[in-house]
Ligand binder design. Structure first.
Ligand SMILES: Nc1ncnc2c1ncn2[C@@H]1O[C@H](COP(=O)(O)OP(=O)(O)OP(=O)(O)O)[C@@H](O)[C@H]1O
Length: 249
């Protein structure tokens, strides 16, 4: 059964220039006749993808090839400029953990808020608050504002909320490392459990051995385009052969 479909998905983003936007500099460069409009870059280029239920898919490719961006588009964190994204089922985005938290409100209120953002009802979330606090080991912080937590605690909270019940689709950026050593083990175990079940998994990693061993399919992204898809072993082999091939000068 198809659970994720991307149809001709493209995404343009403004380049970093826009972030260092400085009015005075812009004004001066206009006076000097040197002003250039911030450029936009094509980050995802016409991506077609179908993922079936239960598949474990590894996404590989060079730095900046668009791997994290594809995950963000699938989770709805970024909207594509063109094309269609269809996802069916509950998705647990284990990327940018805690990015959606409101630092001013309490841990419990954030659990409710984040859960609702992930598509769960308030009633359902009320029942789950305790198990989430317990897994994140944050019972003593329940009523404190999130800004009073350490960054590791925030990531633990994000992880605990997203994985409290088995998701249909798990989206992971890089091999997971959340919190301290003991929490890392605990979170790894929880993910391994999902891996052995029918959860659909998409994982981005530079660890090609890990991709070969844990995924059945792989996608190689190159400059925002799908260069190759297929069995994880074949795609990894082809990728290694291509990137290690001597260049002709
Ligand atoms: N917030 C942003 N604003 C503008 N451009 C961005 C932003 N984040 C990423 N990009 C650009 O999007 C492109 C793809 O980035 P992405 O993070 O998806 O790559 P990646 O394949 O996951 O890389 P890595 O292996 O280094 O994690 C890069 O050219 C990057 O500069």
């Amino acid at each position: 059964m198809e659970v994720i479909r991307l149809d001709k998905v493209s995404l343009w983003r403004r380049t970093q220039e826009e972030f260092s936007y400085d009015l005075k500099k812009t004004f001066l460069s206009i006076l000097e006749g040197k002003y250039r409009k911030p450029v936009k870059k094509l980050i995802l280029d016409n991506i077609d993808l179908i993922v079936n239920s239960g598949e474990k898919i590894g996404i590989i490719g060079a730095n900046g090839s668009g791997k994290s961006t594809v995950l963000k588009v699938i989770c709805g964190i970024l909207k594509p400029t063109n094309g269609l994204v269809r996802v069916s089922g509950k998705i647990a985005p284990l990327i940018e953990l805690g990015a959606g938290f409101d630092p001013e409100i309490s841990v419990v209120d954030n659990i409710m808020l984040y859960g609702v953002l992930l598509g769960f009802s308030r009633i359902e979330m009320t029942k789950r608050v305790n198990s989430i606090l317990e897994f994140a080991e944050l019972e003593d912080y329940a009523l404190m504002p999130v800004k009073a937590l350490s960054s590791g605690m925030v990531a633990r909270l994000g992880f605990a909320i997203a994985t409290d019940i088995q998701p249909d689709i798990l989206v992971l950026d890089e091999v997971l490392s959340v919190g301290d050593e003991s929490f890392k083990n605990k979170s790894r175990q929880r993910i391994e459990k999902f891996w052995n079940q029918n959860t659909t998994i998409l994982v981005v990693s530079h660890d090609l051995n890990f991709i070969e061993q844990t995924c059945n399919q792989a996608i190689w992204l190159d400059k925002g385009k799908i260069k190759c898809t297929g069995g994880a072993d074949e795609v990894v082999k082809f990728y290694l052969k291509t990137v290690n091939a001597p260049k002709n000068f």
